[in-house]
Design a protein around this ligand. Structure first.
Ligand code: TGC
Ligand code: FAD
Length: 387
């Protein structure tokens, strides 16, 4: 019999360092012991498992690639593995960590003042504060350059007006990084919980990412002191730089969801007897399982290569886009097929594939839809902007 791991056919694990394997194992254990037992109920009841936030912080998962302010200073491959293991549990937990780490802490580290970093990074790392990143508006998230949120000078302060939609952690956040236009150019502001004129409303009845908080954040004459403007954030380019970080994590994370689905389908087909033999002994089922393994394996190798490039000094945005597009699309295909392979039981929350399948619909939409990533890669190939 073969000794290959069906969920890691090319032994990607042997390409990891001891430290990276340790990170993967500790997050995997956390997911097995503390996430999987509760996540189905959280999804069913539309509840973000806030009780896990201190545990995520204890494990050093917030801002894991930063090396100051109490952060773990891990490499990007480790960050990818963290995202993958968390999303094997549920996309909602990876989302929470993506936003906190890539969109809030990285943004502060990259574009914030020393005072802003000292004020927020330690609390964000400890999980005693949560952050959110408010870029998207209702009229179209794919084209954030057309945002209508405005910041105007009022003496030494700024007055913010606008409305942000679909904001992860929006109703839970202690601090929001809000993007708004100043003289036709995007700028970023730290808006703290409790600021007069700041309101957030949780979006209910989502059929996807039900264990994640998603909110509308509205700002009516919110007064923000100059010291809360991120001095280094200049134009949309700065926001897009943060998106690269989050998209990198998603390219890994989606594979965790895919792995959970394939694992469930392998277990089911070896037990389920149909027409007098296990499903796993039929050609069509094997073909579908092989197809899932092919997609998962190519995604795993692509993610690792992307991570090694990033650790070696950087990746081009189009390289991140191709990986986000490929791996999320592969994961969605795997989740949908594994859901079907489980038959009627596949539509329940007793099995992971339907939950992952529904979550991955959001994962495909946020951080740039598939169309946007195709166009980013197309622009890289042709030099033509076709958005
Ligand atoms: P464009 O003219 O292309 O670029 C403006 C400036 O930015 C530079 N740039 C980038 N820089 C760094 N990284 C990138 N990925 C960059 N892409 C572009 C560019 O060089 C230029 O610089 P400069 O110096 O010339 O000014 O801008 P555009 O307005 O044409 O838009 C391009 C487009 C469509 C690719 C961009 O708008 C886009 O990516 N749209 C998708 C929006 C998106 O992904 N939103 C995500 C919101 S956050 C979210 O979804 C969180 S989900 C959280 C979770 O729960 O996990
Ligand atoms: P649209 O931009 O309206 O796109 C609709 C459709 O048109 C898509 O299929 C798209 O691919 C297609 N399309 C758009 N332009 C073109 C084109 N030029 N050519 C061909 N097709 C095109 N945003 C934040 O700022 N912060 C967050 O924390 C955050 N969290 C989110 C959490 C969830 C659960 C979800 C679902 C979204 C979140 N978002 C967040 C918003 C997300 O980034 C946007 O939903 C996304 O960018 C797409 O924008 P849209 O939904 O307005 O779709």
């Amino acid at each position: 019999m073969s000794t290959l791991d069906p969920l890691d056919l090319y032994d990607r694990r042997s390409l990891l360092s001891d430290d990276e394997r340790l990170v993967q194992d500790s997050v995997a254990r956390f997911v097995d012991e503390e996430v999987l037992p509760i996540i189905g109920d959280c999804f069913a009841s539309e509840r973000f498992p806030a009780e896990l936030v201190p545990r995520l912080a204890d494990l050093g998962l917030f801002g894991a690639t930063l090396s100051t302010h109490g952060c773990a200073g891990l490499n990007y491959v480790s960050y990818g593995l963290i995202c993958e293991e968390l999303e094997r549990g549920d996309s909602s937990l990876r989302s929470c960590v993506s936003v906190q780490s890539s969109l809030v802490m990285h943004c502060l580290e990259r574009f914030g003042s020393d005072e802003q970093k000292d004020r927020w990074l330690p609390d964000l790392a400890r999980g005693t504060a949560l952050g959110c990143f408010a870029l998207t508006e209702a009229h179209g998230g794919s084209d954030p350059a057309r945002m209508t949120t405005r910041a105007e000078r009022r003496g030494g302060d700024w007055l913010l007006n606008g409305e942000k939609h679909w904001i992860t952690n929006g109703a839970l956040a202690d601090v929001a990084i809000v993007w708004g236009m100043v003289d036709g150019r995007a700028a970023a502001f730290l808006v703290e919980r409790g600021a007069a004129g700041l309101e957030s409303r949780t979006i209910r009845n989502k059929l996807s990412l039900r264990a994640s908080n998603t909110a509308v954040v509205s700002l009516t004459d919110v007064r923000v002191p100059e010291r809360n403007r991120l001095p280094g954030a200049e134009g949309l380019k700065s926001a897009l730089t943060c998106l690269n970080q989050a998209r990198f994590g998603i390219a890994w994370g989606a594979l965790g969801a895919a792995r959970a689905c394939l694992e469930a389908a392998l277990a089911h087909t070896s037990d389920r007897v149909m027409f007098g033999r296990p499903l796993s002994r039929t050609q069509l089922i094997q073909s579908r399982l092989a197809d899932a393994a092919r997609r998962l394996t190519t995604g795993q190798l692509l993610a690792l290569r992307l991570g090694r490039l990033k650790d070696a000094g950087g990746v081009a945005p189009a390289q991140v886009s191709l990986a986000k597009w490929n791996n999320v699309s592969a994961a969605l295909d795997i989740a949908r097929d594994c859901r079907d392979i489980l038959g009627a039981s596949g539509i329940t929350l007793d099995h992971a594939p339907a939950r992952h399948m529904l979550n991955l619909e959001s994962v495909s939409t946020y951080e740039g839809t598939e169309a946007i990533h195709r166009l980013i890669v197309g622009r890289e190939l042709t030099g033509e902007d076709a958005f």
